[in-house]
Design a protein around this ligand. Sequence first.
Ligand SMILES: [Zn+2]
Ligand SMILES: [Zn+2]
Length: 120
Amino acid sequence: MSRTRENTGFRCEQCGRSVAPLTNGSYRNHCPFCLYSKHVDITPGDWACACRGLMEPIGVRWKSGKGYQIVHRCRRCRAVRVNRTADDALQPDDYGLILQLMALGEEKSEEAYTLRVQLP
Ligand SMILES: [Zn+2]
Ligand SMILES: [Zn+2]
């Protein structure tokens, strides 16, 4: 059974705000207000993961060719995912939060460092 996700909005389970779908055609996979995501995919957009845990933003990294990416970790199963930031016209990602995450990664956090090394 496969189920394709539609590009619809959702209500964020972390901050409770309504999130509109992206206007640029990409799929919105995290909340622009608090940057939390949800663990629903094995590959992006497939809705194939049964976990459904909340994914906490734990860092931001820069990848050439892809731009800024938010590193999310699932609170339930500890899986780590990397998601591109959304520069949507309507509801762009909170840039202040992204900057905070960046600073966090730079400062120390052995964990974030280890993750950076392990990520592709
Ligand atoms: Zn949120
Ligand atoms: Zn999970």
